[in-house]
Design a protein around this ligand. Structure first.
Ligand code: NAD
Length: 251
């Protein structure tokens, strides 16, 4: 019950890694706000774990502020923020995931807003609440794209590199106010975000040749690290950028 009496917001909590993270918080006694722009899926998840669903487009500051306000109004405090919502290859029908030369400027803006500005805005509105109550923990979900050169989705990569950099400066700014900030960099994880390529021979070859453990991760394997970072067990872990990738960026 490591999250007993704790309140957590998980953005993108309706699917994949976010959903597993919500389940983990609830399992360990936490009260969870499942925040997602897919409200139907968020409601389903919230019903399953006894949490609260909030509809939010994390790229919109006023909606992000309302998300934080709703958490505090309903549960009286906010201890944990997991900035997990993001778009990647599964959104490529809507936003082009490509090299910088091939990425339309509007798509670049949208990807940066959803993946990176969102983290800044959620922190902007959550941190004062956490500081006011004596502290809290923030876990940002970036990607190994943010720490290693991986081709094919340059705006996505830039947004994830931005999350890594933002984590570091947040860690410096808020340490003495009791807010710990860390970053998880998932590698290839079998979630709806990449389900379109899971059977692709090129993808399977990449998994075999590039991932030392020889398989994609499972969403609960990312959630486990996020939950550790959010918990008091990680009380001296701060400003850490942690790859969870089966060894892909080890070479
Ligand atoms: P997913 O697609 O299963 O889940 C993402 C969730 O975020 C969805 O529920 C979606 O509705 C929500 N979301 C997307 N944009 C949103 C917005 N603007 N406002 C609110 N909610 C929004 O994907 P996942 O694999 O669980 O991804 C979680 C995080 O992990 C993402 O930030 C992703 O970039 C990162 N990541 C994933 C992988 C991977 O291989 N799956 C690898 C590296 C990093």
């Amino acid at each position: 019950m490591r999250f007993k009496d704790k309140v957590a917001i998980v953005t993108g909590g309706a699917s994949g890694q976010g959903l597993e993270t919500c389940r983990g918080f609830a399992r360990d006694g936490g009260k969870v706000v499942v925040a997602d722009w897919n409200y139907e899926a968020a409601q389903k998840a919230a019903e399953e774990i006894g949490g609260l669903a909030v509809k939010v487009d994390v790229s919109r500051e006023e909606q992000v502020k309302a998300m934080v306000d709703t958490a505090v109004q309903n549960f009286g405090r906010l201890d944990v923020l997991v900035n997990n919502a993001g778009i990647g290859f599964s959104a490529s029908g809507r936003y082009k995931m490509a090299s910088v030369v091939e990425t339309p400027g509007d798509d670049w803006d949208a990807i940066m807003a959803i993946n990176l500005k969102s983290v800044g805005m959620a922190c902007k509105h959550a941190i004062p609440v956490m500081v006011g109550q004596g502290g809290g923990a923030i876990v940002n979900i970036a990607s190994i794209n943010g720490i290693a050169g991986l081709t094919g989705a340059d705006a996505y990569t830039a947004s994830k590199g931005g999350i890594v950099a933002l984590t570091r400066v947040l860690a410096l700014d808020w340490a003495r106010k009791g807010v710990r900030v860390n970053c998880v960099c998932p590698g290839v994880v079998a979630t709806p975000m990449i389900e379109g390529v899971l059977d692709d021979p090129g993808f399977l070859n990449m998994v075999e040749t590039r991932i030392p453990l020889g398989r994609p991760g499972r969403p609960e394997e990312i959630a486990a690290v996020s939950l550790f970072l959010a918990s008091d067990e990680a009380s001296f872990v701060h400003g850490a950028i942690i790859p969870v990738d089966g060894g892909q960026v080890a070479p």
